[in-house]
Each structure stands twice: as C-alpha cells, then as structure tokens.
Design a protein around this ligand. Structure first.
Ligand code: FAD
Length: 489
C-alpha cells in the first residue's frame, strides 16, 4: 500500500473541512480532539473501526502519573516532581527525552485533575499487594520498578499507577465510554469506518504544509481539508508483521503481539511519507507477567547456566526484557508453598517442568550444567540468612530460604509462557506533538500522539504499566491544544 502524499491541487472536491482532523479515536485521539475543541477549534475524527477505543479500550487503563496527584495525597503519599522525573529518566535510559519527561512529571497531577474533570473516576484508595493490575476498584498501585534496585536507591518510590474506580479488568472500556461521551458532547464530527489513507500536502519540497487527509469511506475515496492541521493518533505497529520484522524482529517468535487489529503503523507510515522522522523503532514493551500470585516473587529466575540474572522484585516487563536475552532454558525455581494459587490466578502459562522432594531430584529433571543450580541456591540461601541479596539486591521483604519441596516453571520463550508485547517507537515529536522533519524543524500542520509518536515510555526494561495510556492521553492533549492554535490556512 502506498502512503505517498497527495497534492492539494489534485483534489477535485473536498468532502468536508474542519480546523483539526484527528486520525484514530483511541485514547490519544480522543484527548487530542477534546483539547482542540476546548481551544475553540472545529474538529473531525476519522476512525477505521466501527467504534471508538482502539487498544485503549482493550487495556486495563492503568494510568501512570505522579508528582503529588490528588489521589496520592489523599492516600498519604508524598511524591515529588523530581522523583518522577528522575525515575522516568533513569528507567528510560539513554533514549529518554528530557523535555517530554519533564513536562509529564510536572504535568502529572494536573493531568489527573483534567481526567477527573471529564468524569473519569478514581477512588482515594490503594491496592497494597504486588499485582499486575487492580481487579478491585482501588486506585493506587506500584506498576513499575520504583521499589526495586537500582531505582529505589536513587529516587523515593511512590505508587503512581492510577486504576479507574471500576471492579474487574474494566478500566479501558470505562475510559473509552467517558471519552466518547465527552467528544460527543462537544459536537465533534466523528467518521467511523473511515480509514485514513494519505496526507494531502500544499506542495512538495521545503514549503510543504499538511492541508488535509485522503480517506476511504464506504468503498470511496474522500478528501477532508484540515485548516490548522492533522493529528496522527493511529496507534503503534505491533500488528504489522512486515514492519515488526524490519524494525524489531525480536517481537515475533514466541511472543504475543497485543493490541487492536489496526495497530498496523499507518499513522507512522503517513508521517514518514512527508519526511517525518521516526525514532526508537527497535524498542517495545515485552513482559513476562509472572505475578499474581505475588508469592512467585520469592522464587529465583535462573538461566541456562543455572545462574540468577535479575532481582525478582522488579516489574514484570523489566524481567521479561532481561529474560529473553539470557542463555536458555530459563526457569523460575520456587518453594512449593509459594506456588500458591498459580493455577487459578496466574496469566503466565509457564508449564511446570520439574518438582523435587529434594534439590537432587529437582536438578535431575532440569536441563542445566552439573552443580550450577546447587551453587546458585546455596549462595542465595546464604544471602537470605544474612538478610542481603549481594548479587541482585532483591528487597529483604522478598528474601526467603529456598528449600524442598521445590517446583520449577519453564519460562523459556517457546515453552508455553506468555510474552505479551507492543511497540514503543514512532514519529519523533516535540513536547507539543509537532512531528519533526528528517531535515530540520517540524512539518507544518502535522502532529502525532500516543503510540504513533515516540513519547515518554521508551524501553521495555524500564517500562511501567500505565505509562502508555498515561502518555497517550497526555500527549494527545498537548497535540490537540497546539494544533488548535496553529495559523489557519
Ligand atoms: C490488553 C492490553 C492491556 C494494556 N494495558 C495497559 C495499561 O493498563 N496501561 C497502559 O498504559 N497501557 C496499557 N496497554 C497499552 C495501551 O493500551 C496502548 O499502548 C495505548 O492505549 C495506545 O493508545 P493510542 O491512542 O496511541 O492508540 P489506540 O488506543 O490503539 O488508538 C488508535 C486508533 O487509531 C485507529 N486507526 C489506526 N489506523 C487508522 C487509520 N489508518 N485510519 C483511521 N483510524 C485508524 C485504530 O482503529 C484505533 O482506534 C495495554 C494494551 C493491551 C493490548
């Protein structure tokens, strides 16, 4: 499929016009549209699906925000902008964008207020156990590696995952419903079953400006004029096998690509077609969702050398990202008592590969070099007795002697364990959402947000749950505000 832009002079007739045309009606698109309309712009949304929501609707809609949100304060947590900034800069590594992280840290509390002002409900409560998501209507939970080494030594931890006030894993549907109501209340023109095909440009070359969008609607091509600009909010590209193979092939074999079927990177392709720059295309979220039950954290992961490679109290995405780079097989070794409700509570799906009434029996059923696991467990148990994990700094609250009877789960990719993933690369944008050009400056009239852009979350090993919906809604708002005040054509 060609995404080559179309010249304005080739448009024979316009089917509609608004100040702002938003491509995609997920979390980022909804927030861009609301923010642009609230700035006084006329707004149109084109959405390929027959309903709003995209991957945002499929998600738990945990939202990662901090720096002293209303809920953090009500529950009794002091969280500072500097701790949020420091944590996000460190966890996103060398590719972190300091200006975006700064805006997100400074604007976190206000963004939650904004969502609440739209009617998104959050309860002043906390889910204390280590969980992947809250299945109760409680709000705050730790969703990253804030309490784990190395971050806990550098930045004061605070729970920043904000779960909507809704029972079950229903945050995404509820957020989508509320954002839809808000869009409809503003009289925003919504076109469902309308696929964005190509951008329309004023001319080719350095004077180029984005002036509209070509779409396919009801088997016909139509052209919509955008007086101030187009905002690309079409999600990421995890469902486009060719793009994944080209940019991040590590997310193909034995991984589960999660998202909606339109996560095919068309927003990114349209941006590229007019000279937009893409960055960080090799990165993505890649998890091994091994808790609940939280008691599995008492176990140790060992690689094909029978050696530990990480502190097991780190976030499941950090562990997944480290795990796939180990020598295989990779096992999680546990005391049977900590196996707990694995069979009924877990999402992990890793099969039991061995059990043992003694360490010798366990080892005889595993494919590891002779003597290695025995040494690893002996060393770990010495550390437990001294209340310090000298190798990987697992917090003492998770240190427990490993002793028979044992069970081992096979977490080797391909053996059955669930490795969900989605992409974190996209169009390079300014903090206001303007798409940067491969040459210099930005592309006039073109904005991007959510997973179509490369936002705050940039690394699988530093990801925190909630930072994608958090970033999508935040960056959508920024882009909507900015495009609304662009000079009109
Ligand atoms: C099961 C699951 C759970 C998750 N849980 C969380 C979580 O709790 N917290 C978190 O932060 N992240 C979570 N994520 C990730 C997060 O949901 C997404 O990364 C985020 O919602 C993306 O938002 P977006 O607005 O960029 O894209 P989307 O919400 O996917 O919206 C993009 C929209 O664009 C439309 N579109 C695409 N191409 C076109 C086109 N050419 N023309 C017109 N329309 C088009 C799509 O149909 C879609 O509606 C989860 C993801 C999944 C799949």
């Amino acid at each position: 499929m060609s995404f080559a832009p179309m010249l304005e002079s080739d448009v024979t007739s316009w089917s509609g016009e608004s100040d702002v045309v938003v491509v995609g009606f997920g979390g980022a698109g909804a927030c861009a549209a609301i923010a642009a309309a609230d700035e006084g712009a006329s707004v149109m949304i084109v959405e390929a699906a027959s309903a709003s929501g995209g991957s945002t609707a499929l998600s738990s809609a945990e939202i990662y925000l901090g720096g002293g949100t209303k809920i953090q304060k009500a529950v009794g947590y002091e969280d500072s902008v500097e701790d949020v900034f420091g944590y996000l800069m460190a966890s996103n590594g060398p590719q972190a964008d300091a200006s975006k992280v700064r805006a997100y840290a400074e604007g976190g509390a206000e963004h939650l207020d904004w969502l609440m002002s739209l009617g998104v409900p959050f309860k002043a409560s906390e889910l204390k156990e280590r969980a992947m998501m809250a299945l109760t209507d409680d709000c705050l939970l730790y969703t990253g590696s804030e309490k784990a080494w190395p971050y806990c030594e550098q930045y004061k931890p605070a729970p920043r995952g904000h779960n909507l006030e809704v029972e079950g894993d229903n945050g995404g549907p509820l957020l989508t419903k509320i954002l839809l109501q808000q869009v409809e209340q503003r009289g925003i023109d919504i076109h469902y079953e309308t696929r964005a095909l190509r951008l329309i440009v004023s001319c080719h070359g350095p004077q180029q400006r984005i002036v509209g969008l070509a779409v396919r609607q009801n088997m016909q091509e139509h052209y919509f004029r955008a007086g101030r600009g187009v905002v690309l909010c079409a999600g990421g590209f995890i469902m486009n096998e060719d793009m994944v193979r080209e940019y991040c092939p590590q997310f193909l074999d034995n991984k589960t690509q999660i998202g909606n079927p339109n996560d095919t990177g068309t927003g990114i392709q349209m941006g590229l077609s007019v000279g937009g720059r893409v960055i960080n295309m090799h990165e993505g979220f890649l998890s091994l969702p091994f808790y609940p039950p939280a008691t599995l954290t008492f176990g140790i992961f060992v690689n094909g050398q029978g050696q530990r490679f990480i502190n097991e109290d780190a976030y499941h995405g950090r562990i997944g990202s480290f795990l796939v780079n180990q020598s295989y097989p990779v096992y999680l070794i546990l005391n049977v008592e900590d196996y707990g409700n694995y069979e009924t509570e877990s999402w992990l799906q890793a099969p039991v590969v061995a059990t043992g009434e003694s360490l010798e029996e366990l080892v005889s059923e595993l494919d590891l070099p002779t003597g290695q696991l025995e040494r690893t467990i002996e060393r770990f148990n010495e550390d437990v007795s001294e209340r310090v994990d000298r190798l990987f700094h697992k917090d003492i609250s998770w240190l427990k002697t490993l002793e028979a009877p044992f069970v081992a789960l096979d977490c080797t990719p391909g053996a059955g364990a669930f490795f969900p993933c989605f992409t974190l690369g996209g169009l390079d944008t300014t903090v206001d959402g303007a798409v940067r050009s491969v040459h210099e400056g930005v592309i006039p009239g073109l904005y991007a947000a959510g997973r179509t852009a490369c936002g705050v979350p940039r690394r699988g090993d530093g990801y925190a749950s909630g930072s994608s919906v958090g970033d999508a809604t935040f960056s959508g708002r920024m882009a909507g505000r900015s495009v609304a005040v662009e000079e009109s054509l």
